[in-house]
Structure formats: C-alpha cells, structure tokens
Design a protein around this ligand. Sequence first.
Ligand code: PEP
Ligand code: MN
Length: 354
Amino acid sequence: MNFESILLPGVDAQRPLVIAGPCSAETEIQVMTTAKALASKGIKIYRTGIWKPRTKPGGFEGVGATGLAWLKQVKKETGMYVSTEVATAKHVFEALKYGVDILWIGARTTANPFAVQEIAEALQGVDIPVLIKNPVNPDLELWIGAVERIYNAGIRRIAVIHRGFSSYEKKIYRNLPQWHIPIELRRRIPELPIICDPSHIGGKRELIASLSQQAMDLNFDGLIIESHCNPSEAWSDKDQQVTPEVLDYILNLLVIRETNQTTEPLGELRRQIDEIDNQLLELLAKRMRISREIGQYKKEHNMTIYQAKRYDEILSNRMSYAEELDMSGDFMKSVLEAIHEESIRQQIKVMNKK
Ligand code: PEP
Ligand code: MN
C-alpha cells in the first residue's frame, strides 16, 4: 500500500501528533470554551464526538448535526483543524458538508465490515485523512481489513488509532492495551502511522500520562486524548477526560526518545512483563471471586472451609505441571500456599458475613 502523510499544513511533523478535545460535543459553550483553551496550549487538531455510539440506549447519543456548526465555529475562531467520528454514510456526507478536516471510524464500527464498506463507498473520490480505530475485539485481521476497505476507496491519508480491546473481566484498564497487537500491525504495515488513545484504554484520567509515555516508548506517531473544560460534568466519559491545563502538563512531561535507541528491545520486554503482571493480577482476582462463591456454598451447606484432600490434590498436580513448564515444584508450592492463604481469608470473610 502507498500511503500519504496525514499531516495537514501547519501541523508539526515532530512526534507526537496530538489530537485533543472532548469525548462529546455537548453545548456550543462547552465546545468553544474547550477549543479556545486547547488552542492556547498549542493544540492544532480538535476532536469531538457528534454522534455517540453507546453500549446501551437511553444515554446521551450526541447532539447530531447541530454540533457540526459549532465545529465550523471552532475552525473560524481558533484556526484548529477539526475531527469527528463517522459511523454511517450519512455521517460522512454531513461532516464533509460542514468542512470537517479529519474523520475517524470508531471501534464498534471497525468491528463491522458492512458498516466500514458503507463508509468507504461514501468516501469514494474524497481526499481527507481517515483514522481507523481498532475493533473492540482483539482481531488484527479485522483492523487491517478496515484499513484496506478505506484504502480501496481511494483514501491515501490513513492512520490507525489504538484504543485497546474490550474484555468481560474486571480489570485495571477500561480496554486492555494488548500492545502486541499494534506492534504486530506496525511489523505488517510499517508505513501506517499509529496513534494511541490512552483515554479509552485507561478509562481513568490517572492512567493517561503513563499510557501516553508507553505509546511514545513504542515509537507510536501520535496521541488522541479526551480533554474537556469541566471533566467532572462531562455528559460522557467523565472519568477519563482531563482539562486542557492538565493535558498540557501531561504532554510536557513526555519523554520522546530517539527512535533508534538501543534500549528499545528492553523497554518492549519490560512492557510485556507489565502486561503479564496485570493479567496475573486480574486472574488472581477472578480466582478469589470464585473462591468466595465456594465459601458461600460451603456456608449454605454447613461444610468446613479447609478441605485437606482437595488442597493436597491441587498442590501435587500443579507442582508437577510447573515442572513440565520448566519451573521448580517448590516455587509453585510457595505460590500456591500464598494464594491458598488469601483464599481462606476471603472465605472466612464470607462465612462471617451475616
Ligand atoms: C470516542 O473516541 O469518543 C469513542 C467513542 O471511542 P471508541 O470508538 O474507541 O470507543
Ligand atoms: Mn469517549
């Protein structure tokens, strides 16, 4: 594939390319106040959702085309470029009519090839940068498929947005980063720019700085970050938005390393370790939850918490399995003992609950 640069005139070619703005356009005042504050911090590209895909009906589904006029005003008053999410052909036509500069395809849409194809057809003969978020499910082929559909419509200014992947289990991140997926995408299509969306990965503003740094350490090209003039009052995604001042602070803290730095493989391995540790934590939490359910069952059936036979079985078969996997049986024994101790503590709590 032959891509062209997504950089628009006047936008700094230095990493990272930054796109910022509220999750949703709510009111003209909120859109303008946020835009002016971001422009004063040097942000060149504004983002906001006009049509909001929501998991369940009844929530705020976006202001619709009314908000497009506000975006036009943002361009006029701040000189920023504006971008929004499109999910249907109609969205594409409306956004283009109002002079939106960059379009993005949301994670739920990328997961649906019919929808992506419809958008691709609406974009035939149009020359505009298009950013394609990863699908909600961790499927690299589906993500690449969406890039190909948009490319086949004649769009050459394409980038992807890594926003993490859904999972059912309770977790630290709102959407698991699964960094190996965008890394594999970079290996497969090296010339395709990758922008990280730490807001939707983290789901909490406290995680944005470290996720952004990770993205920079992995040599991603840009960041798209949700920023709202009054985050705690936001109509959508309020836990993950930051004020323009905090955004500026986060961006100033970023360390942008040389792309060919020799410690990069080490950083990558450490990130894999971090990811695995998070998975271990989440698995342990899941195991404890099941343990509590067992505690509840034992309570209802008047059984004792500690059942020696079951524990011995667990110990001996896990120890021999550990040895098959090149770990010492004794090591596994100490891990299991620690887990078992915590399990018993949690079951006792369940038993003592009135
Ligand atoms: C968004 O960017 O506001 C959004 C809805 O994101 P995603 O498609 O990643 O869920
Ligand atoms: Mn959002």
